[in-house]
Structure formats: structure tokens, C-alpha cells
Design a protein around this ligand. Structure first.
Ligand SMILES: Cc1cc2nc3c(=O)[nH]c(=O)nc-3n(C[C@H](O)[C@H](O)[C@H](O)COP(=O)(O)O)c2cc1C
Length: 180
């Protein structure tokens, strides 16, 4: 059985992580838009950018997936908020719970990476969405803002890139542990 990396990326941060992971493990990386077949794969590594509480491409990629003997699933989210903050990790877990079945989630290994944003490159729809969110957050008392809200406010309108390929290391260890 082979292995596969599937990614959902709108602006490239997740794609770059997926390509680096592919380079370092020799596992092919496929865009989720190309609807790769998963049933014959031993290890499936799914990476997706975080978009307003969802992980891009994840639900569609895993829609008809169910575990077969010996199959492993690694889920990797890429977002702006710092995953070292427990509050951010809790939020991402809650998003995953909304998108995936408890069976999938309980058997998957979950990792979080940090991406970036360049407001100049956002689509009009995304720019408008972020503007509305920013305006509403500015009216929110600081004690009611979450760590994710603060990350959005600090980076609003800017170009920031928190990509850290070193953060792929635990994922590579896990893949090697699974594929030996
Ligand atoms: C409309 C929009 C919504 C976003 N929502 C979140 C979010 O809920 N949590 C988060 O951590 N980052 C959020 N981000 C930041 C993206 O996750 C970040 O830019 C990521 O690197 C995007 O991955 P990509 O470049 O592969 O598309 C959002 C960005 C946009 C434009």
C-alpha cells in the first residue's frame, strides 16, 4: 500500500507545507481538488488551511472515507492563530468536530501549523469578510476577545508569514513511525 499527502490551500501556505513534507518523505502531494483515491492508501496525511472555523477541503476529501485495517490518518491544520496557545488549539479541535465524525477524529493524529496572510492578495469576498470581522472585533471588549481574535486584529491589513518548516518535524516522525 502506498501513502498520500492531500492538501486544501487557497493562497499557498498549506500547499508549501504539503510540498515540503512531500520532498522530505518522498510521499506524493495532491491537491484535494483533484479528488484523490484514498481507499488503497496506508497512510493519509490531510493538510488544510483554516477558513472561518472550517478546514479547507477536509470534509470533501474524507466524505466517503472509513478506516480499513492498518490505515492511518494524520490531520494537519494551517492557520493564522498561534497553535501554541491552548485556547486556539481548543477552537481548532471544535472546528474539526463540526466537520468530521467522532470515529474519524478519535483515530486520527492531529497537528497544527501556522501559515500567513497577505491582505493585498485576498479575494474581494475574503477581504470584505475580514473587514467586517475586524470592525466587529474592534467593538468587542478586550476581555471578551479570544486569542484567535487578537491574532486577527494584530495582523489585519498586513502581510505576515509565520510559516515554519521546522514545525513539520513531529509530523515527519509520525509518518516514519507509521510507514516503517
Ligand atoms: C476569510 C478568511 C478566514 C480565515 N479564518 C481563519 C480562522 O478561523 N482561524 C485561523 O487561524 N486562521 C484563519 N484564516 C487565516 C488562514 O488560515 C491563513 O491565511 C492560512 O495560511 C491560509 O492557508 P492557505 O494559504 O493555504 O490558503 C483566515 C483567512 C481568511 C482569508
Amino acid at each position: 500500500m502506498e501513502h498520500i499527502i492531500v492538501y486544501g490551500s487557497r493562497y499557498g501556505s498549506t500547499r508549501r507545507y504539503a510540498e515540503k513534507l512531500s520532498e522530505q518523505t518522498g510521499i506524493p502531494a495532491i491537491n484535494c481538488k483533484d479528488a484523490p483515491v484514498l481507499s488503497d492508501k496506508k497512510t493519509i496525511i490531510c493538510l488544510g488551511g483554516l477558513y472561518a472555523g472550517g478546514v479547507l477541503g477536509l470534509a470533501k476529501t474524507l466524505r466517503s472515507f472509513s478506516f480499513q485495517d492498518g490505515q492511518k490518518l494524520l490531520l494537519v491544520t494551517v492557520g493564522l492563530a498561534d497553535p501554541n496557545e491552548p485556547e486556539n488549539r481548543d477552537n481548532i479541535r471544535a472546528y474539526l468536530q463540526r466537520q468530521l465524525s467522532p470515529e474519524l477524529l478519535s483515530q486520527a493524529k492531529i497537528f497544527h501549523l501556522r501559515g500567513g496572510i497577505d491582505y493585498q492578495k485576498l479575494s474581494l469576498g475574503h477581504r470584505t469578510m475580514m473587514k467586517l470581522l475586524y470592525q466587529s472585533l474592534r467593538r468587542t471588549p478586550p476581555e471578551k476577545q479570544t486569542a484567535e481574535d487578537r491574532a486577527l486584529m494584530e495582523t489585519y491589513g498586513k502581510q505576515v508569514d509565520f510559516t515554519d518548516f521546522g514545525a513539520l518535524e513531529p509530523i515527519i516522525w509520525e509518518i516514519q513511525r507509521e510507514t516503517i
